[in-house]
Ligand binder design. Structure first.
Ligand SMILES: Nc1ncnc2c1ncn2[C@@H]1O[C@H](COP(=O)(O)OP(=O)(O)O)[C@@H](O)[C@H]1O
Ligand SMILES: [Mg+2]
Length: 271
């Protein structure tokens, strides 16, 4: 960790830490993303690394990113991987500690966080900002709307060398006022069938398997990366406990069906 991470963490008025600091250890290579998203992320890393070269021409790297898309598609993981790739810590803002029932207090918390963040060399993540922004359209949530305005204003005025990454599970619900505040908006989606095949290859790489990729990809289509990962974990556990039997198409279909059934029973519409 860098020296600056030894500074005392910013605290809420209730003395709860407003951020956590960590050194992630995951690389972008473990993610399955669209070519466009990968390209954008690599460009962004390159800009960050060559900051001084850009500065010589009065330019700065893109540094405020919004990652939007359904849950379990790799947004949180991307923030970790970017910090890892840049070799700097990740400061995660604890939104649950930031938001208070008093707008003034929330604003004060945000100010404390940004004051702290601007003095260090790290990636700063505002994970799942839906908490602020998701209700913006809803007239009954005037308070949330005001809170979200405060966050957006502070982010807009935030001038630092930090790479700031906000994520939201409800991209479409955010209005354009929100999007305009970011240098780049990357949209995350459920994996396509060919991405599912790559995902299986990555997640099952330590195991022996004999699967019909086409069939399996069709069955898993519509699920998130995280849900498919959970199925891979099911079949890997099973393989170990049955004496190392190679993983089969049927194993994956069984786990997918069982999970779909359980989700249905739990009253969720999504698998
Ligand atoms: N695009 C992806 N490629 C590979 N694994 C993924 C991907 N998205 C999610 N996962 C797996 O699911 C876990 C949860 O993903 P996460 O980044 O928390 O999703 P989100 O923040 O979009 O809800 C990750 O740690 C990773 O193991
Ligand atoms: Mg997340």
């Amino acid at each position: 960790m860098t020296v600056n991470s030894l500074a005392p963490l910013p605290l809420s008025d209730e003395e709860v830490p407003l951020v956590t600091v960590s050194d992630p250890n995951v690389s972008l290579d473990d993610l399955v993303l669209s070519v466009q998203t990968f390209t954008a992320l690599r460009e962004i890393l390159n800009e960050q690394r060559q900051r001084s070269r850009l500065a010589a021409y009065g330019l700065s790297p893109r540094s405020k990113l919004l990652l939007a898309g359904p849950s379990g598609t790799g947004k949180t993981r991307t923030a970790e991987a970017l910090a890892y790739s840049l070799g700097i810590p990740l400061v995660r803002v604890r939104l649950s500690a930031v938001v208070s029932s008093y707008l003034g207090q929330t604003a004060r918390h945000l100010e404390r966080i940004l004051d702290y963040a601007r003095h260090g060399n790290w990636v700063v993540s505002f994970d799942e900002i839906d908490m602020f922004a998701g209700e913006r359209e809803d007239a009954d949530h005037g308070e949330m709307r005001r809170v979200s305005t405060v966050l957006l204003q502070q982010l807009e005025e935030y001038d630092s060398d930090n790479l700031v990454i906000a994520t939201t599970n409800h991209g479409v619900a955010l209005d354009s006022a929100m999007w305009r505040r970011f240098d780049e908006v990357l949209v995350y989606r459920h994996p396509t069938q060919s991405q599912i095949a790559s995902l299986l290859e990555i997640k099952l790489r330590r195991f022996r398997y004999k699967i019909n990729k086409e069939q399996v990809s069709r069955v898993l289509s519509g699920m998130s990366h995280a849900e498919i990962e959970a199925i891979c974990l099911d079949v890997m556990r099973k393989s170990v406990l049955t004496g190392g039997k190679p993983i089969s198409t049927e194993d994956i279909m069984d786990s997918a069906a069982a999970r779909k059934r359980r989700y249905k029973e739990a009253g969720k519409s999504q698998p």
